[in-house]
Design a protein around this ligand. Structure first.
Ligand SMILES: NC(=O)c1ccc[n+]([C@@H]2O[C@H](COP(=O)([O-])OP(=O)(O)OC[C@H]3O[C@@H](n4cnc5c(N)ncnc54)[C@H](OP(=O)(O)O)[C@@H]3O)[C@@H](O)[C@H]2O)c1
Length: 271
């Protein structure tokens, strides 16, 4: 299995299954079970997705030992602003039906993020989370954590896809030993980039699908990638990317697709 090692030596599978916009109940449950059966060992959920309970049920019933599955969830903005981080974490844990999560993230750098970050450190010291992370943090937010003398996060989950390669922030994270996770790695549901002619061309060369090219591009950049799908064929396809890799020419072509346009929310709005 493709995996990376965080700076605290905890391993993280490089392909995670995203469950944003998957309806709670049967849709999420079936998709997570399918992903686990196909070999995924990393699930990325969040309080705001409303499906932690269904994710937890699938994890419990899939037949795999808990410690073989890397589970991430996230503290939502309203809990950060209200300084209710600890309570939010315990509620997520209960919904998931777990004793610990592998990675807990602050979803956005909203007002109160330093206090919330200190709560993450407490949870880490108590052994309730195996790694600390943030999401949608820009360089200035990470610098603020440094300025406060706090340990750096092991992970920053940010938007990255071929049309928004986010190079400066990715480079900054790499230099600081922070693993980058790519959200909306395929361009999300509204801006699907899988019809792009350059990507199709690379896919033809390697005899793979456009989605596999894009997922491989994230992997070959050294990032964790979180594709989401409710279609069992797509779920399988997205995990089947170990049989090829992109060469220098492919990477150059992929780089040419960057137009620096986000498909999702913009963290620039947060101080
Ligand atoms: N931290 C954050 O703020 C944040 C924000 C956004 C997302 N995320 C995380 O990142 C994950 C992924 O991002 P995302 O959900 O926005 O979008 P995404 O994974 O970039 O794209 C999902 C879309 O691609 C389609 N798709 C997936 N595999 C495909 C394939 N092989 N062929 C054709 N179409 C395919 C899916 O449709 P089908 O279901 O029909 O396959 C769906 O419409 C989320 O689930 C979540 O875990 C985090």
């Amino acid at each position: 299995m493709l995996e990376l090692t965080m700076y605290n030596n905890v391993k993280i599978p490089q392909i995670g299954f995203g469950v944003y916009q998957l309806m709670r109940g049967k849709t999420t449950y079936d998709a997570v079970l399918e992903a686990l059966a196909d070999g995924y060992r990393h699930i990325d959920t969040a309080k705001i997705y409303g499906n932690e309970k269904s994710v937890g049920k699938a994890i419990k019933e899939c037949g795999l030992p808990r410690e073989q599955i890397f589970v991430t969830t996230k503290m939502w903005n309203s809990d950060i602003i209200a300084r209710k981080g600890k309570k939010a974490f315990l509620t997520s844990l209960k919904k998931l039906g777990l004793e610990y999560v592998d990675l807990y993230l602050l979803h956005w750098p909203v007002d109160g993020y330093i206090e919330a970050y200190k709560t993450l450190i407490e949870l880490y010291n108590e052994g309730k989370i195996r790694a600390i992370g943030v999401s949608n943090f820009l360089i200035r937010h990470l610098e603020e954590i440094k300025k406060q003398g706090l340990m750096l996060p092991m992970v920053n989950q940010i938007e990255v896809n071929p049309q928004f390669s986010n190079d400066e922030l990715v480079d900054y994270c790499k230099k600081n030993n922070i693993i980058v996770e790519s959200w909306s790695p395929l361009g999300g549901s509204r801006h699907n980039i899988l019809d792009n002619e350059v990507i199709k061309h690379i896919a033809d060369i390697h005899n793979v699908t456009p989605s596999q090219v894009v997922i491989r591009w994230h992997i070959d950049r050294g990032l964790v990638v979180l594709p989401r799908s409710k279609n069992p064929i797509h779920i399988k396809e997205n995990f089947d990317v170990e049989k090829f890799s992109l060469d220098e020419e492919d990477m150059k072509l992929m780089k040419s697709l960057n137009i620096n346009i986000r498909t999702g929310g913009d963290p620039e709005q947060y101080k």
